[in-house]
Design a protein around this ligand. Structure first.
Ligand code: AMP
Ligand code: GLY
Length: 424
């Protein structure tokens, strides 16, 4: 079977690495991919939002399954585009249709869905420019800190948490009246602040049944000790040590089952991944957010812990036969540490030559932002550059290997967090 992966990050390199191991695979394509994905398939010079070019590539290469990495093409309706096209209709897309992708694409949609299906989450209200004054009154009724969320996609920057009431009001005005995040903040969700430790759970669902993936915890802040600006993610570990059986059973009953059942009850088809951002408040799980895709860098630890044939799993999702699927999970822990460009997540330079990546011992390397330049060298091509994943008996053993291997890698300005897992 021929498969196309859409995306260009560490998540997509990990998918490519895993799918390339499948006996069912004939040819693998990645659009646009990176310097790492080309080890496992053919990179196509197509952007994830260029639906017409994607169509041509799918037909030309006889592709039967398209796995959508990032959220943007899903929210833009790539699955609907395939369903509406007579030549593409029979191609299976892993990733929800536009309506269901609102679980990630609209905070208000997600909150309403959770309320309706009794899925535990923070109390909230939503506001528009017209109800700005009501928003101020609502903020006054809450205890600090104040959580303000732009309704739409804002490249991970749309959530602002402030402890000062006046700053919170100014921020609300900035988002609504001054359109700080453009259309994405034409609506703002104000939420009760939840105090606890965060983790992520993942499923793959065919809309009726689902399989649980290993859970993970990621480290979003740039600075050690979880300080400084938010990034796409600086590292991850799997499994999460504090997520014991009892807590995971609560997540399964109160969050995962209610979500999949809720989609069915509401008549919303869904074939794809669901990422549950969970916060543990006391001993209870609450949902912070949904994503309609896998996380990055969580994928770089979650997928390596799946022993089952990943393409078989995608085929079972397409055929809606996940009910019969038995997942085999690697017992060992996995960790990943992200190497980033100097200056990231603010301005940074690209095209820095990367050395040492062939010298790794007992670690996996997933490219996040790399490319091959005109003189055939691998150079940096993004803020997040490489993810170094290792296995171990526990996350500390695994981390030790990642850090040992990182010492062999170099590029100008390279930065990484030396404290992944520090809080566990
Ligand atoms: P989100 O994009 O909704 O995942 O939010 C980004 C981050 O903001 C989360 O990973 C949390 O760390 C934090 N956050 C979001 N909502 C809340 C909340 N209600 N209480 C506390 N922290 C939150
Ligand atoms: N690592 C968080 C995300 O993928 O959104």
């Amino acid at each position: 079977m021929n498969v196309l992966i859409l995306g260009s990050g560490g998540r997509e390199h990990t998918f490519a690495w895993k799918i390339a191991q499948s006996k069912k695979l004939k040819n693998l394509f990645i659009a646009p991919g990176n310097a790492g994905t080309s080890d496992f398939g053919t990179n196509l010079d197509i952007n994830v939002s260029e639906f017409d070019k994607i169509k041509k590539a799918v037909l030309k290469n006889n592709i039967k399954i398209v796995i959508v990495g990032p959220e943007v093409p899903l929210v833009e309706g790539i699955h609907d585009f395939f369903l509406a096209d007579s030549e593409l209709k029979s191609v299976n897309v892993i990733g929800p249709e536009k309506y269901a992708a609102q679980l990630e694409g609209s905070k208000e949609f997600a909150k309403k869905f959770m309320k309706k299906h009794a899925i535990p989450t923070a109390e909230y209200e939503s506001f528009t420019k017209e109800s700005l004054e009501k928003g101020y009154r609502f903020l006054e009724s809450l205890n600090p800190p104040f959580v303000l969320k732009a309704d739409g996609l804002a490249a991970g920057k749309g959530v602002v948490i402030l402890s000062d009431i006046q700053e919170a009001k100014d921020e609300l005005k900035d988002m609504l009246a001054n359109e700080k995040f453009g259309q994405a903040s034409s609506k703002v969700v104000i939420e009760e602040f939840l105090d606890g430790i965060e983790m992520s759970c993942f499923i793959l669902t065919d809309g009726k049944n689902y399989v649980n993936f290993p859970n993970a915890k990621d480290y979003k802040r740039i600075g050690e000790g979880d300080v400084g600006l938010n990034t796409g993610g600086m590292g991850a570990i799997s499994p999460v040590p504090f997520a014991n059986e009892l807590f995971l059973a609560k997540i399964e009953e109160q969050v995962i089952k209610r979500t999949v059942d809720g989609l069915q009850k509401d008549g919303i088809p869904y074939k794809g991944f669901i990422f549950f951002g969970i916060i543990k408040v006391g001993d209870e799980p609450k949902v912070i957010e949904y994503n309609c895709r896998m996380g990055d860098p969580e994928t770089e630890v979650v997928i390596p812990r799946i022993k089952s044939d990943f393409l078989e799993l995608l085929i079972a999702t397409s055929n809606r036969t996940l009910a019969d699927y038995k997942m085999i999970i690697e017992e060992r822990s996995a960790t990943t540490v992200m190497l980033v460009s100097g200056g990231y997540p603010e301005a940074y330079e690209k095209n820095k030559k990367i050395s040492g990546i062939t010298a790794l011992d007992d670690s996996l390397i997933f490219h996040a932002g790399t490319k091959v330049n005109a003189t055939d060298e691998i150079v940096t091509n993004g803020g997040r550059v490489l993810a170094i994943t290792s296995y171990g008996e526990n996350f500390k053993d695994a981390l030790k290997k990642s850090y040992q291997n990182i010492s062999k890698i170099d590029f100008e300005g390279m930065n990484y967090r030396k404290d992944i897992g520090f809080d566990l």
